[in-house]
Design a protein. Structure first.
Length: 230
């Protein structure tokens, strides 16, 4: 006599929750590093008395630091409080992020007079003083971005929802002037990998992709040429 076989339904496992693509912050950080990192040398290389060149570099500095200000303000107001509440064990790390933001902000706040002094005459002496503070700003920012990428992005990936992460990007887009936003895209695409580009490009609204493809890339190239003296 054969023994009946009992069929058991296979166990089901819940699908893992979708995680935010926090690596896109690394792409944004590359622009901050590169653009602010090259400014000390560009200032130092400016010909004596070239006030037009001084104005061009100052304008670019204001553009990049304005984006940086909005970036850091959103983190301070919306990300750090959420992460502190959800990850109390990482409160010290988050406090370090806040302290680094304050250090970067203080250096930026110390620069308007130095920029004005150099822009007014574009002389070697004031240019050297400006370049020194710009180098300190670049170093402080690089330290912060390194710590955020290595230590905090994994925490963000684990403890922020996709919607919360996307809200960060939407906020950045709202704060960005549309023309300057296309230039910013070009700056991000300079050092992007093929895989990063494919994922980032796919996530952009269709009108942004069209705008960059038709006019934005040309605006970016002209803007970069003016800043870098190409």
């Amino acid at each position: 006599m054969s023994q009946a076989t009992t069929l058991t339904a296979p166990e089901t496992t819940a699908a893992a929750p979708e995680r935010p693509w926090v690596h896109e912050m690394v792409i944004v950080h590359r622009v901050f590093r590169k653009e602010l990192g090259m400014l000390p040398a560009l200032v130092a290389a400016t010909a004596e008395g070239d006030r037009k060149r001084a104005r061009t570099l100052h304008k670019h500095y204001r553009f990049v630091t304005e984006v940086l200000h909005h970036h850091h303000t959103y983190e301070d107001d919306n990300l750090w409080p959420v992460l502190t509440e959800r990850c109390p064990m990482d409160a010290e790390l988050i406090a370090r992020m806040e302290s680094q933001h304050e250090r970067v902000a203080a250096l930026i706040a110390s620069l308007p007079d130095a920029w004005q002094a150099w822009e007014y005459v574009a002389d070697t002496g004031s240019g050297a003083r400006l370049a020194e503070v710009l180098a300190a700003l670049s170093a402080a920012l690089d330290e912060h971005l390194h710590d955020e990428e290595v230590y905090l992005l994994p925490i963000m990936e684990e403890h922020l929802s996709v919607a919360e992460w996307k809200a960060f990007g939407k906020h950045a887009a709202r704060k960005m002037d549309k023309k300057k936003g296309l230039i910013w895209l070009g700056l991000m695409f300079e050092d992007i990998t093929d895989d990063e580009y494919a994922r980032f490009w796919a996530g952009l609204p269709a009108y942004v992709r069209l705008g960059y493809s038709t006019v934005g890339e040309g605006q970016y190239r002209r803007g970069v040429g003016r800043v870098r003296g190409n």
